[in-house]
Design a protein around this ligand. Structure first.
Ligand SMILES: Nc1ncnc2c1ncn2[C@@H]1O[C@H](COP(=O)(O)OP(=O)(O)OP(=O)(O)O)[C@@H](O)[C@H]1O
Ligand SMILES: [Mg+2]
Length: 843
């Protein structure tokens, strides 16, 4: 596709002119005017649907459509009661669903705003932090490694600006951006001076002149739709399969009942309405609502526990997570790094080493690590005046070092700091305290290695500092990063976080194995986990991982809990290997280097202060960088899961069982066991009684283990509880017809009451695997269930009840029903120990 006037073909000055902008940024009043004119820098695809449209979409749902057709037929045949009840069912299930979903969305939106991305923008000549949505064309944005590009535009200045454009080109390798206009470039992929919204800076820095914002950006829309597309989790998949199964069964059952009735010569309309009512009764019409409410409430409660959920369905994954991979800094350590030593080659502190390191840190523009901050903090008071920067080769996680070309007076040198193992190997000479060069012979090398190992064994973090003369050079030669002069080490302490010990213990107690994956050296990590007394075993280094293929790695990851000196790519490989072993894997990290692994994990986690790319990749953000917070979140995830399962179990056993009995009984009884209206009423009251389920508390047993979709467990549950329910149903029939010889209206009334009582009350039995009386249900559940029950029991007793076909049975019949219900609940209580999977046998 040729684009003759693409914005990247113009020179920076022409673009500035066109946009009436300057390199000092827009005046704030002008920016406000532009924001008014162009609208916020957001992609409209994320806009909320209109309430009415949403309603229409729902009415088009086949389930609802069936109900509407049924209501229409009922209305047309003058069966006003059926019409009204079906109508109420439709209104109830759609509005509940709609309202809850909108509420959940509004909550999610508010939470998202709390973690909105910010950008550094020049306004009125000064850099300020603004929410990304307030950017306008003509803004000047300062970007550093780890930032997401907030809008489309051109580069006004760049230094080692490595950009990941995978979103745009599918190309995983970063491209370097330059200032020169790409006059010949026809496609965005060739525009080496353009930055596009949704791509990310993974190294270096860049200054962006914003040309397009909001919906007018090239790839914003794609980026947003990709980011917004929520892949279905295993749990949702399972629920969906269950839904399909139920629909099939329903259709089969309804057709069977209908045809059988017709073959038996029953009145066609009556049979049709009865079959229809059964279908209505069988459909789990509240399932979407239950899931939305459960997830929405889960998200809200997690926000209170300082975990912001970006992808709602990740709550299930969190509940199912059985392995958590974490990086080291910030989660296991305080991330308050201080410089505690700067030994030269003789092992004693040498200020020159710290100074070189600080010059490097000061001029490093790419990724500012806490190590750099510690170096600069150490130098406060002592001046780095006189140093001038000429060039830089930014940090990246493969080389693990950063080079800066700088001069002081007439001395021009290239200063390199980075991971000691690799940097020392690049050095050929060393410099002693007096400034003399000494050969870096084997003996000295061995001494330096010993020094390094000694410090690392004490849990101290090390950077090596080296340099080389660069007289007459203005640029760093990317090929010539060797023949360095070794200057010394900088030694840092990052104190272990004492709270990590108890947090890890809580997670372990909850059945979650912790693995530490870090770019740091093995001894440092080993010392740290020993200091925190973490229950971890084995260690694997990046070099070893590099030699393993994916299969071999998958065989090793299970036993090993520590991974040292790994590259970002290896972090991802470890996550994939664990997933391939069938684990549900969480990954928590904060850096650019963590982002790919965060994305690859089932549950991507990041912290509030993390880089943009890490936060963007994450499903959840911890507002406090603390694993304790996560332990609370896990409990919420499992509770959400447990409550959804309660509804599913209720549906598969009691509700389904009841409808099944009714279908079968209708064939053997000379009359319908319930009129269609009564079936519908039964279903409506049952629905009402279940509204409180998502609010319920969960058993400690449900919270103690990872909870995953378990279709076999569900089948076993249904196989035990379903027949039990049918047994008591048939007992009721036998009693009513064989012993009491009741009339049809009394039969229906008694059976209506019995089925409502058993269906509704059994929730108090199966909501917990502990004895029902020892686990208190949530008040909302108790109230909704009892209210539904009260309505079911009172309705037949009202004076107008004969309109619905009810007639009050005698007192002995009430007594018999009460006994049957008690018998049923007691048997359910006894049998549930076999039906409910005991906690701890997950997977
Ligand atoms: N600013 C820097 N300058 C030079 N080298 C650095 C810098 N930042 C990091 N390194 C080197 O790269 C290594 C890996 O970086 P880093 O420790 O950030 O990785 P990580 O996997 O995020 O580790 P962590 O688990 O501690 O978060 C460091 O151990 C250090 O040797
Ligand atoms: Mg890190």
């Amino acid at each position: 596709m040729t684009e003759p006037h693409a914005f990247w073909q113009a020179t920076p000055d022409d673009s500035l002119h066109t946009l009436a902008a300057t390199r000092d940024g827009l005046p704030s009043d002008e920016a406000a005017a532009r924001l008014d004119r162009d609208g916020p820098n957001e992609v409209s695809a994320a806009k909320r649907r209109h309430f009415l449209l949403d309603l229409l979409r729902r009415l088009g749902n086949p389930l609802i459509a069936i109900l509407l057709v049924a209501a229409g037929i009922a209305g047309a045949t003058g069966d006003l009661a059926s019409f009204a009840i079906i109508f109420i069912v439709v209104v109830l299930s759609t509005t509940l669903d709609l309202v809850q979903e909108h509420r959940a969305e509004a909550t999610a939106e508010a939470l998202r705003r709390a973690i909105a991305l910010h950008a550094t923008v020049l306004r009125d000549g000064k850099p300020i932090e603004l929410p990304v949505r307030e950017l306008v064309a003509g803004d000047i944005v300062m970007l550093a490694a780890g930032d997401l590009v907030p809008a489309d535009g051109i580069v006004l200045a760049a230094n080692g600006a490595q950009v990941n454009e995978a979103l745009l080109t599918g190309e995983p390798y970063p491209v370097e951006k330059q200032v020169e206009p790409a006059t010949a470039a026809e496609t965005p992929a060739e525009a080496h001076n353009a930055l596009f919204q949704g791509t990310s800076l993974i190294g270096g820095t860049a200054t962006l002149l914003v040309v397009q914002t909001g919906p007018r950006t090239r790839f914003g829309a794609i980026a947003r739709s990709l980011a917004g597309k929520q892949p279905t989790t295993a749990f949702e998949h399972g629920i969906h399969k269950l839904g399909v199964l139920i629909v099939r069964l329903t259709i089969f059952l309804v057709l069977f009942v209908l045809l059988a009735h017709l073959a038996l010569g029953r009145p066609p309309l009556q049979s049709f309405l009865f079959a229809m009512a059964l279908a209505v009764g069988l459909t789990p019409e509240l399932l979407p609502m239950i899931m939305t409410v459960a997830l929405g409430r889960g998200a809200q409660r997690m926000a209170k526990a300082k975990v912001v959920v970006k992808r709602l369905s990740a709550i299930h994954d969190l509940g199912q997570m059985d392995i958590l991979c974490t990086d080291k800094t910030g989660t296991l350590t305080e991330a308050r790094i201080t410089l505690v030593g700067q030994p030269g080659i003789d092992g004693d502190d040498d200020e020159r080493v710290a100074e070189l390191a600080a010059v490097n840190a000061r001029f490093e523009t790419g990724l500012k690590s806490p190590l750099d901050q510690a170096l600069l903090l150490h130098m406060t008071g002592r001046s780095l005046e006189g140093w001038r920067k000429l060039d830089e080769r930014p940090f990246d996680f493969e080389r693990r070092r950063v080079a800066v070309l700088a001069e002081q007076g007439s001395e021009r040198i290239e200063i390199v700091k980075g991971a000691p193992e690799t940097l020392l190997a690049l050095c050929t000479r060393a410099q002693d305290r007096s400034g003399e060069f000494v050969p870096l012979d084997d003996a000295l090398r061995a001494r330096l290695c010993a020094l390094r190992e000694d410090r690392a064994a004490q849990g101290l973090r090390l950077l090596a500092i080296a340099w080389k003369p660069a007289a007459g050079q203005d640029r760093i030669d990317a090929r010539g990063e060797d023949e360095l002069v070794f200057a010394g080490y900088c030694v840092f302490v990052d104190p272990p976080k004492p709270s990590a010990t108890s947090a890890v213990a809580r997670l372990e107690a909850a059945g979650i194995r912790i693995k530490v994956i870090s770019g740091d050296a093995a001894p440092v990590i080993q010392h740290l986990v020993a200091a925190l007394a973490l229950p971890v075993e084995g260690i694997l280094t990046g070099d070893e991982i590099a030699k393993l293929n994916d299969q071999a790695l998958a065989a090793r990851v299970e036993q090993v809990d520590l991974f040292a000196r790994v590259t970002p790519d290896q972090k991802t490989r470890i996550v994939r290997a664990l997933r391939a072993r069938g684990h549900t894997v969480g990954f928590i990290g904060d850096g650019i280097n963590d982002a790919p692994a965060i994305r690859a994990a089932d549950v991507g986690l990041s912290v509030d202060g993390a880089t943009d790319v890490a936060r963007e990749a994450a499903d959840m953000i911890l507002l406090a960088p603390d694993l304790c917070v996560l332990a609370d979140g896990v409990a919420e995830g499992r509770r959400t899961y447990a409550n959804i399962m309660k509804y599913v179990r209720m549906g598969t056993s009691s509700n389904f069982g009841n409808m099944l009995t009714m279908a079968i009984a209708s064939l053997f009884l000379p009359f319908l066991p319930l009129t269609p209206v009564q079936v519908l009423l039964n279903n409506l009251l049952y629905d009402l009684s279940e509204i409180g389920i998502p609010f319920d508390t969960a058993d400690s047993g449900d919270l103690a283990r990872p909870q995953g979709w378990d279709i076999r467990g569900l089948v076993r549950f249904t196989a035990i509880m379903g027949p039990l329910s049918s047994l008591f149903d048939f007992a009721t029939f036998a009693l009513l017809l064989g012993v009491f010889h009741v009339g049809i209206p009394e039969f229906r009334t008694a059976w209506f009451m019995e089925s409502m009582l058993t269906q509704i009350l059994v929730v108090f039995v199966i909501r917990t695997s502990r004895p029902a009386w020892s686990s208190r249900p949530h008040i909302v559940l108790t109230v909704t269930a009892l209210a539904g029950l009260a309505a079911a029991l009172l309705l037949p007793l009202l004076p107008s009840a004969d309109l619905l076909g009810f007639a009050i049975p005698g007192a002995t019949i009430f007594g018999a029903i009460a006994l049957l219900v008690v018998g049923y609940l007691a048997s359910a209580e006894f049998l549930k120990r076999f039906a409910l999977r005991p906690a701890g046998s997950a997977r």
